[in-house]
Design a protein around this ligand. Structure first.
Ligand SMILES: Nc1ncnc2c1ncn2[C@@H]1O[C@H](COP(=O)(O)OP(=O)(O)O)[C@@H](O)[C@H]1O
Ligand SMILES: [Mg+2]
Length: 293
């Protein structure tokens, strides 16, 4: 059983031991990674400043990382797993715990540096949902935004939230809505249409699979798709909408599992109707579009 705990400077010796083992077994890079220059006092200082994580197999330290405070973002540094514990899912557990810490401390997301020479490291973080935000020399900055949760007590507030979100959207953007019947997907889209300033009433596209609402001004059109009765992603792709999706904002209701293939950059919104009728929205922004520095 691997257990991951949040640690402070009291555990500096164990964290240092993990870093020396993990980084001592990596290929030498040019310029070299500076992890092996860490000392007990440099680690203790980092842990005192913003803490870190220690993964334990029983009482044995097998993985560690240091946090750093990058204001909006929670930085992850010196992420390492000892050679003897490779392949046991230690790094994945560290990454999951780091996300929980990021949420709890109110960061918008997590950030780390990966070296271009270590594609396996990059692939690992990509599997965890991180994307490349920038590349400077041999350093890739990778980021993952955390989901945002919102409580929407009334239909009016759901609409207003859609209206506000419209300001964030550009031509080519895709919003995927999931949630049971009556969860508020169409209500949200009505607000979005209002915010975009498009023509025509946004209604449940019950008898049509998709409806195009042209802009009343110079902005993008709204393409409103109901994927409920759609056979699959291929069919969605084949919809002859007579509109260039690159020039429109596309909203797909019931799109989960169908619409992801349409765009690497997208906003996924899950609407859930609570027993007290409040809608709880979980918003996940996926792709490079949202994490550029
Ligand atoms: N907080 C809320 N957010 C959204 N809709 C709400 C809320 N409270 C009540 N409603 C009502 O619930 C219904 C939601 O319907 P709709 O938006 O068409 O859902 P969906 O498209 O997900 O099936 C509407 O009649 C709306 O007035
Ligand atoms: Mg609907």
């Amino acid at each position: 059983m691997i257990e991951v705990v949040v640690v402070d400077q009291e555990r500096a010796v164990e964290v240092l031991g993990v870093i020396q083992d993990a980084f001592g077994n990596r290929p030498v890079l040019d310029p070299p990674a500076t992890a092996l220059e860490e000392t007990e006092s440099s680690i203790a200082k980092a842990l005192a400043d913003y803490g870190g994580l220690l993964a334990l197999d029983g009482v044995h330290p097998v993985g560690a990382l240091l946090f750093s405070d990058l204001e909006d973002w929670l930085g992850l540094r010196r992420v390492g797993v000892v050679a003897a514990a490779q392949g046991k899912g230690v790094a994945t557990k560290l990454a999951m715990t780091a996300e929980a810490v990021g949420q709890a401390r109110g960061h918008v997301g997590l950030q780390l540096q990966a070296r271009v020479e270590l594609p396996k490291t990059q692939e690992f973080w990509q599997r965890q949902g991180y994307v490349e935000a920038s590349l400077v020399g041999p350093q890739i900055t990778m980021r993952k935004l955390l989901p945002v949760t919102l409580e929407l007590p009334t239909a009016e507030l759901t609409k207003r939230w859609g209206l506000e979100l419209a300001a964030e959207l550009e031509p080519g953007d895709l919003v995927i809505l999931t949630g049971d019947l009556g969860a508020g997907k169409t209500t949200f889209t009505q607000g979005l249409g209002e915010g975009l300033g498009v023509r025509g009433a946004v209604t449940s596209p019950t008898f049509v699979i998709a409806r195009v609402h042209p802009s009343l001004g110079a902005g993008p059109a709204l393409v409103h798709v109901d994927a409920y009765r759609l056979g699959g992603a291929a069919e969605l792709d084949d919809l002859d909408l007579d509109t260039d999706l690159d020039q429109a904002v596309t909203v797909v209701e019931w799109g989960e599992g169908l619409a992801e293939a349409l765009a690497e950059d997208r906003i996924e919104i899950d609407l859930h109707r609570r027993d007290d009728d409040v809608r709880v929205a979980t918003i996940t922004r996926i792709g490079r579009r949202w994490v550029k520095p």
